[in-house]
Ligand binder design. Sequence first.
Ligand SMILES: Nc1nc2c(ncn2[C@@H]2O[C@H](COP(=O)(O)OP(=O)(O)OP(=O)(O)O)[C@@H](O)[C@H]2O)c(=O)[nH]1
Ligand SMILES: [Mg+2]
Length: 402
Amino acid sequence: MELSIIVPTFNESGNITELVRRIEAATAGMTVELVFVDDSTDHTATVIADAAAHSSIDVKLIHREVATGGLGGAVIEGMRSSLYDWNLVMDGDLQHPPEMIPVLAATASEGSAPLVVASRYRENGDAGGLSSTSRRAVSNLSTVLTRAMFPSRLRDCTDPMTGFFAVQKSAISMDGLEPRGFKILLEIIARQPKRVEIIEEPFTFGERHAGKSKASFRQGFRFLRQLIALRFGRMSAFAVIGGIGALANIAIVAALTALKVEYLVAAIIAAEITIIGNFILQERFVFSDLVGNAGSWKGRFVKSFSFNNAETALRLPVLFVLVDLWTIASVPATAVTLILAFGVRFVFHSRVIYAPAKSNHAAPSVVPLIDDEAEQSVIAPAATVEPSVPTRPAPRRGHNDH
Ligand SMILES: Nc1nc2c(ncn2[C@@H]2O[C@H](COP(=O)(O)OP(=O)(O)OP(=O)(O)O)[C@@H](O)[C@H]2O)c(=O)[nH]1
Ligand SMILES: [Mg+2]
C-alpha cells in the first residue's frame, strides 16, 4: 500500500535520526513518503534535512515559521500536502513505535474502515510511557469524559486522544477541521457530517526517546476548550435540564411544606418527581438521537431512576464526611458534591444508559519548493530513491473485538 507518514515536530532534534532509521526498517517493501511538519525553534529542521539525505525513503520537510494551529494545525498541513490517500500520523519522539506502521497499514488496506487507530487502551495495549501517575490519571479521566461526550462516534474507539492513527483522506471531509484542535483524531472524528467507521489496533506507548514533553497545563486547557467546542450541545442541554430539575425540586418542597407535609417526606416526594421529570426531558431533548439504539425505554428508566436515587442517597453521607469530619465549609462542600454528581451522572447516562449496542464490527542539499504563504516554507529533498515495491509487509494477527 502507498502511505504518507505525517510527523509533527517541535524541538525533537535528538529523536529524528533514530526515528527515520526505524521507520525505514519498518516500512521496507512498502511505498511511503515521510512528511515532517516542523515548528521547531531549535535545529530540528537541519537534522531532518540531514536524515533525509541519508535515508532510502522519501523524506519531506515542511518548516513553518509561524506555527498556525500548533500541533493540530501541523498535522492538517501535512495531510493537505501529502501525496497518497492513506495518511499515517505519529509523534516524533518514538513513543509511537514505528514497528506498528505495517500493522496499521495492513488493517487499513483491508478497506473496512477509513480510520485505523493505534490504541493504548485496547486489550494488549499499554499507556506505560506516560511519564507519571498523575499524567496517566489525567489521560484516563479525559478519555472517559471524551467517550461519554461522543458515545456513538467513539463507540469503537477506546483511545480518542491518541496521536497515532491512519486515515484515508478521500473518505473523510477535511473542510470543517479546526486547525486549533489540539487532539486531531478527535477533531476528525467529531467534525465529520456522518459517523466514521473505526478499527483499532493495540499498541504499547513507549518512553520518550530524547528531549522534553510539550504536554502542559496550557495544552490540557486547550484540550478542554476543544472538547467543549466539539460537544457543547449535549452536555449543556443535560446541565440545563439538571438545573430546571433543581429549581422544580425546591418549588415542590416549598409547596408541600406550606401544605404542612413533613419536611423529609416533602423532600423525598420532590426528589422522586424531579428524577422522573428529568428522565422524560433527557429522553426528549438530550439523548433523543441515541434512544433507538439503547434498549427499551423501561430498561433505561429503571437504570436512570436507580442511579439517581443511589446518587442522591450517597451524596448526603459524602457531604457529612466533607463538612463534619474534614471540616470543609458547607457551601463549597455542597458545590463540590453537586459538580461531582453532575459529572458522574452525565458519564453514567452517556456511557451506560444510552450506550449504543456494540457494532460488528533530504538530500545533501535541500531545495525550497514552495513559499506561497508567509508563515510557511516547504523544503523537499532531491529525489535520491528508487521507488520501492508496493508489496504488503509481514502477516499480522487478526483483531478480535470488532
Ligand atoms: N509541528 C508541531 N509539532 C508539535 C507541537 N507541539 C508538539 N508537537 C509534536 O507533537 C508530538 C507529541 O508531542 P509530545 O510533547 O510528545 O506530547 P505527548 O506525547 O502528549 O507528551 P509526552 O508523553 O510527555 O511525550 C511530538 O512529535 C512533538 O514534537 C507544535 O506546536 N507543532
Ligand atoms: Mg510524546
